[in-house]
Ligand binder design. Sequence first.
Ligand code: G3P
Length: 217
Amino acid sequence: MKFFVDTADTKDIAELYETGLLDGVTTNPSLIAKSGRSFLEVVAEICKLVPGPVSAEVVALDHATMMREAEVLRKIADNVAVKVPLTIDGLKTCKALSDDGTKVNVTLCFSANQALLAAKAGAAFISPFVGRHDDNGFDGMELIADIRLIYDNYAFDTEILVASVRHPVHVLESAKIGADVMTAPPAVIKSLFNHVLTEKGIAGFMADWAKTGQSIL
Ligand code: G3P
């Protein structure tokens, strides 16, 4: 499963990229607002930091303006994936851009039927929001499993990009179901490294090693 980080904070992105485990980045208008930076500048900087896909979202609601915005976004760098909302205009834009060779990430997906539409529109990625699904009393992981089943039934190439990931169990369940990608905030990705027994084990080994009085170097 690929790991994308869901942030527009370039310091966090650079730090995670150094681990060698980061495959891409997702942003959205809220994350850009949080960064306090110019949208086009920050996306250009992220695209230089990470060679994998970097999702940059249109903010227009009509197809014609989305196409004009997408034109600006895809010119930033070859690794920009244009993000569009799951609406009729968004999917029209997805189809036009995908037919033209641009990677499109269809966002704000909350049903398996919506995911089916996005795949038919040629989306490179579908972004089901599991955290917001759970928040509203639905089962986010059931949604991922349904989309996996449907995409496999018809051999769709669209990658399932699990979004709105809030905790390590979302990551674990996504991997068990066979999602292609998950995108999570930096703190969630960092928490995946942690285990109390790993820390305890290291402390024990270090204490015993100190008793030997030896050094490797
Ligand atoms: O980028 C889309 C998605 O990951 C947003 O997550 O936590 O705002 O629901 P969240």
